[in-house]
Design a binder for this molecule. Structure first.
Ligand code: ATP
Length: 218
């Protein structure tokens, strides 16, 4: 069996005086989609930040691609994170934001989707010439997703990717994620949407009392 993309052992994170993660174990292999559910404040974002190298463990081990995640350019070339909304550059349109990301990453091959195709997949064609701050909440979330999908990556870390999205686009997103995994990518997402989790065929886990357990299959 292949080496895991993500290997988390006995991860503890204390924030302030709050023991948020209390012995999380997680192994994720290439091509898997793993969904982390759980009530507000149980530590899903904290876990994703640990996987992204943005939050150091209090104790325990986190390995991504065989080494502790490091917040450097080489790591971020392989990892695309969709979490808190980024600061948009006010002078660039939707199309220009996505294009900027595409031109600064090496395209994998000629078959790699171009900016227009990614905007189409993310339902942003009609808003391509708008500036992000004039978009709706859901449209800005689509732009976050488009920015992650226009560039090559091996691992997608998504914190509540359903944020602001309508039902139809959540269904489309499930298809996008399934295709990403089928082509060899790996996805870990925190989500409050059982429909999205089910539609992606994700391995469903639940974070509760600082630990990760298998989620109920519906
Ligand atoms: N910098 C911090 N200092 C102290 N406590 C923090 C800090 N950041 C987060 N927390 C606490 O850690 C806990 C986990 O937060 P986290 O954002 O990881 O939860 P979550 O499961 O992603 O929640 P939600 O579903 O609401 O997004 C919460 O109780 C939160 O208040």
């Amino acid at each position: 069996m292949s080496e895991p993309i993500i290997d988390v052992r006995d991860l503890h994170v204390v924030l302030g005086a709050n023991p948020v993660l209390r012995g999380v174990d997680l192994t994720v292999r290439q091509g898997e989609i793993v969904a982390v559910a759980g009530e507000n404040g149980t530590g899903k974002s904290t876990l994703l930040r640990c996987l992204a190298g943005l939050r150091p463990p209090t104790s325990g081990e986190v390995s991504v691609f065989g080494t502790p995640p490091s917040d450097d350019a080489a790591f971020w070339r392989a990892v695309a994170l969709v979490a808190a909304e980024p600061a948009w550059y006010p002078g660039l349109t939707v199309h220009e934001h996505v294009e900027l990301i595409r031109v600064t990453h090496e395209p994998v091959d000629d078959a790699w989707p171009d900016v227009a195709q990614v905007l189409e997949r993310c339902g942003l064609t009609e808003r391509a010439d708008a500036v992000p701050l004039t978009l709706s909440t859901g449209q800005r979330q689509r732009l976050c997703l488009a920015s992650a999908l226009v560039r090559p990556s091996r691992l997608l870390l998504l914190d509540e990717p359903e944020h602001g999205l309508d039902t139809a686009f959540r269904t489309r997103l499930a298809g996008i994620l399934t295709e990403y995994a089928r082509s060899g990518g790996t996805v870990v997402m925190a989500s409050h949407d059982p429909g999205l989790i089910e539609a992606t065929g994700a391995r469903h886990t639940v974070l509760s009392s600082g630990r990760l357990a298998a989620g109920a299959t519906r």
